[in-house]
Design a binder for this molecule. Structure first.
Ligand SMILES: *Cc1c(COP(=O)(O)O)cnc(C)c1O
Length: 428
């Protein structure tokens, strides 16, 4: 077959972009070579609708073994009783959970999107806000911390069927135990969406939601450093029937409701090549090396937050417990959009982000979100965080100075040259 020069040239360009720049998008990371190899493997050719041992297609004996290993490793990693590794993404995992436990029109209670919540927790443009009736809790304006009193108040008033904990831009730990108590009071189920801090939770650096929440979802590609994908898990509530009745009146086990909501409910054939890559990534996440990595991610985030505060930046809630932070730029007289654009010109990649009680639109925003998962994979330590914050500050204080940004861009490339990504042929 003729090589597709156009696409592979662009992929080379993308690799170069990744090698040269400082990647601070909190939801991104760099997978190992073996994770990429599995994701680009022959398993992409296989149809395997169903679950290991219960497939709708022949020839699944090998992918059955792969998927079983992925499930076993995920269980071990998160101390879970039950796992489904098939969701194609975090959004797909949440869609399956809601399909499994809700009826159209049911009330859900999630973290306010404009305070850092995720689209799939009730946004009006997302299935979760269209099919269900969304209600929200947010953060306290003074402290920037989740307002648990408000959560309780809204829960008691609205009596939602599902309460969702978790966010995309919240730098603090969660009180899952409290949320479960509230949920028990109003007869709701609790879903913890740990898409962002999954790696820190897996290795014990943050509160574990599995003993408290009925269902836990995550992506596999953020701090967990696996391929792009999703995961659904259950902890100690495994196989409680919850009295959930199907339209025919039968009581179904939650695990089988969830399995059925993934397939045939929301997906067709699972991506067995991605499941193979998930298995590899879970194996890596169980290693001593990953433990060192994830501890460093947190140390780097702390060091970065401290460096920002030293230069007069306002971090929502004042700091971070995880791998990310949300910075309110209003005292720096620049919008999130302008900051993102200027930083991208210097090959420093961040994303603009609404801050709680933002007076600007989601397209402009007053803040940026930064995270340390990706740069830590490249081997950076605390001392480099200070350097990166200096570079960011130099761009943000003079965002229209093309000459100075060009110089900063050179410094960015020089810095990253010492932290090879895939350029180094010996890296695993
Ligand atoms: C990233 C994220 C998701 C969605 O993940 P995709 O794989 O992009 O669909 C869901 N929930 C939260 C909290 C997230 O941060």
């Amino acid at each position: 077959m003729k090589r597709d020069k156009l696409i592979f040239k662009l992929l080379d360009e993308e690799q170069q972009r990744q090698e040269e720049g400082i990647e601070l998008i909190a939801s991104e990371n760099f997978v190992s070579r073996q994770v990429m190899e599995a994701a680009g493997s022959v398993a992409t050719n296989k149809y395997a609708e169903g679950l290991p041992g219960k497939r709708y297609y022949g020839g699944c004996q090998v992918v059955d073994e792969i998927e079983t290993i992925a499930i076993e490793r995920a269980k071990q990693l998160f101390n879970a009783e039950w796992v489904n590794v098939q969701p194609h993404s975090g959004a797909q995992a949440n869609a399956a959970v809601m399909l499994a436990v809700l009826q159209p029109g049911d009330k859900i209670l999630g973290f306010d999107l404009s305070h850092g919540g995720h689209l799939t927790h009730g946004s009006p443009v997302n299935f979760s806000g269209k099919l269900y009736e969304p209600h929200f809790y947010g953060v306290n304006k003074e402290t920037g911390l989740v307002d648990y009193d408000q959560l309780k108040e809204v829960a008691l008033r609205e009596k939602p069927k599902l309460i969702i904990a978790g966010a995309s831009a919240y730098s603090r730990d969660w009180d899952y135990e409290f949320i479960r108590k509230v949920a028990d009071e109003v007869g709701a189920l609790v879903l913890a969406d740990i898409s962002h801090p999954a790696g820190l939770i897996a290795r014990g650096l943050l509160t574990d939601p599995l003993p408290h929440c009925h269902i836990v979802t995550t992506t596999t590609h953020k701090t967990l450093r696996g391929p792009r994908g999703g995961l659904i898990m259950m902890g100690k509530d495994f196989e409680n029937p919850f009295g959930i009745k199907t339209p025919k009146g039968e009581i179904r086990m939650m695990s089988s409701l969830l399995d059925m909501a993934v397939f045939p409910g929301t997906q067709g054939g699972p991506l067995e090549h991605i499941i193979a890559a998930k298995a590899v990534a879970f194996g890596e996440a169980l290693s001593e090396n990953y433990m060192k990595y994830i501890v460093q991610v947190k140390k780097n985030a702390d060091a970065m937050a401290e460096a920002f505060v030293k230069l007069g930046y306002q971090i929502i809630s004042g700091g971070t417990d995880n791998h990310l932070m949300l910075i309110d730029l209003r005292n720096k007289n620049i919008t999130g959009k302008a900051a993102e654009n200027a930083l991208v010109t210097a090959d420093i990649t961040v994303n603009k982000n609404m801050v709680p009680y933002d007076d600007k639109s989601p397209f402009v925003t007053s803040g940026i979100r930064v995270g340390t998962a990706a740069i830590t994979t490249r081997g950076m330590k605390e001392k480099h965080m200070e350097h990166i914050v200096e570079l960011i500050d130099a761009v943000i204080t003079d965002p229209e100075n093309e000459h100075s940004i060009k110089k900063i861009r050179k410094r960015v490339h020089k810095l990253m040259y010492d932290f090879p990504l895939y350029r180094d042929k010996d890296s695993e």
